[in-house]
Design a protein. Structure first.
Length: 191
């Protein structure tokens, strides 16, 4: 039976193996086994190069954690900080970065060669909504059976569709034949 711990080694009685479960990739306190480390104090001041035991002692005196922040440096860089607070700050920054990322969805609009004019107008208004929200629009003109013989003759449907939206949209990828359909990609026009 293994009881999860906060990043410290544990003994599994069933398989007789020591396991180390880490919360993150950073090593903290007793996990740091380096002979010498470059230490940064709790306020960001350089405390110099010293043994890992001395650094842990200073961290314990300050009632904080010793965290290895640059393990590849020679010697590794450790900092005296409150590890819980540090993890919280990192999670908050990551969440903020994800929130600021703009995800662009591709919305698909399907047409057929014998579509009525009113139906095309409805599809155009939907495409206009998608484009103004910042999404890409994939317009697909699907052919079935005997319609396949007149693919290039019905290309004008997609051209007219793009022309109707040229005030808000630009052609991202030109009309292309993909199997039984013609596709066109539209994106928001950049001013």
């Amino acid at each position: 039976m293994v009881i999860p711990s906060a990043g410290y080694p544990e003994y599994d009685r069933e398989s007789s193996v020591w396991r180390c479960t880490k919360i993150s990739d950073l090593m903290i306190n007793e996990q740091i086994r380096d002979r010498e480390v470059r230490l940064i104090g709790e306020h960001g001041e350089q405390l110099g190069i010293m043994s890992a035991k001395e650094a842990q002692k200073l961290a314990r005196e300050a009632e904080l954690d010793l965290v290895k922040i640059a393990p590849t440096a020679k010697p590794p860089v450790c900092k005296i900080i409150d590890y819980g607070k540090y993890r919280y700050e990192m999670a908050r920054k990551e969440k903020e970065a994800r929130r600021k990322q703009k995800t662009v969805e591709v919305k698909e609009i399907r047409l057929s060669p014998n579509i009525d004019e009113n139906d095309v107008n409805t599809k155009i208004t939907n495409a206009r909504k998608f484009i103004t929200k910042g999404n890409k629009v994939k317009v697909t003109l699907r052919f079935r059976g005997r319609e396949m013989a007149h693919m290039q003759a019905n290309r004008f449907i997609l051209e007219d569709f793009a022309k109707q939206l040229e005030d808000v949209a630009a052609i991202d990828r030109p009309i292309k034949q993909e199997g039984r359909s013609l596709t066109l990609f539209l994106t928001e026009k950049r001013s």
